[in-house]
Design a protein around this ligand. Structure first.
Ligand code: HEC
Ligand code: HEC
Length: 223
């Protein structure tokens, strides 16, 4: 059976936290804080026992055979709950190491190619004419009229935000770390960066293909 991302077991972070305490008490000296191994024990994020495990299905029988514990006893003494908690903790470590791996990055290519998105952003898309420089904004040089902004008009009945502001204009939002700040635009009208791209596509008639939209969204996520 392949342990692909699609069928990866679910991680319950509360149980993983409990597993972490057992880990610290009984396993950490040999297998390391991140389960990536030490001189005294192997990297468990690559162990087939761990990768094939489903909530203790493989880990339980392995430990019950009497694996060593830091406290000197036998792992056969661990309760079923402790084994399940350890399984959640180890799955979390596997997922963490998977995130940094080329396999995980290859997955991103399926949803969008940040490099292609960057080229579009700086070229045809003209995003960099306003979102420019280090912080991806021209706010120190100029402000923008309401007609430049894709997040207006407001929802029915709501007066223009700019008309209520002192300058009656918009400043270009900086985009560094933007993936952390959903929802987007002053009125939160875009829930995701995909929605932002779709708003620009519609309002500025960019004519983006699905692939180009994905690429641009992927680039925004990388800022
Ligand atoms: C005293 C050091 C030591 C401690 C403590 C220890 N291990 Fe190990 N562990 C090893 C060594 C060495 C191996 C490789 C040889 C073997 O399989 O027994 C191993 C192997 C494993 C494997 C199998 C890896 C594979 O793919 O074959 C798992 C799973 C594992 N340990 C989990 C744990 C867990 C969970 C704990 C804590 C409850 C723990 N170990 C505590 C040293 C330790
Ligand atoms: C004419 C200047 C201008 C251009 C061109 C422009 N933007 Fe914007 N952008 C703005 C302004 C102004 C805002 C703030 C609007 C608001 O808050 O409602 C903004 C907001 C955003 C936001 C939301 C930021 C946040 O913190 O909520 C994103 C993401 C974004 N733009 C991406 C892009 C992309 C991608 C392009 C190219 C397709 C682009 N922008 C083109 C001026 C521009």
């Amino acid at each position: 059976m392949g342990a692909g991302p699609g069928d990866a077991p679910y991680v319950d972070s509360a149980l993983a936290d409990k597993g972490k305490s057992v880990w610290a008490a009984e396993c950490i000296n040999c297998h390391g804080t991140q389960a990536r191994g030490t001189d005294n024990g192997p990297n468990l994020t690559r162990s087939l026992v761990v990768l094939r495990d489903r909530y203790g299905s493989e880990l339980g029988p392995f430990l019950k055979k009497g694996h060593k514990l830091q406290s000197g006893g036998s792992a056969a003494a661990l309760t079923d709950d402790q084994v399940v908690n350890l399984a959640h903790f180890l799955r979390q470590r596997v997922n963490d190491s998977f995130r940094g791996s080329p396999l995980f990055q290859a997955q991103n290519v399926l949803t969008g190619d940040a490099k292609a998105g960057e080229a579009y952003y700086n070229g045809e898309g003209k995003c960099a004419t306003c979102h420019s420089g280090d912080q991806f904004t021209d706010a120190n040089q100029r402000l923008h009229a309401v007609s430049d902004v894709v997040s207006e008009p407001e929802a029915a009945g709501v007066p223009s935000y700019a008309s209520r502001s002192a300058t009656r204009t918009y400043r270009t939002s900086p985009l560094r770390g933007i993936w952390q700040h959903a929802p987007y635009f002053h009125n939160g009208s875009a829930a995701t960066l995909e929605d932002v791209v779709s708003a620009y596509d519609k309002r500025k008639s960019l004519g983006l293909t699905a692939q180009q939209s994905g690429d641009l969204a992927q680039y925004l996520k990388s800022l």
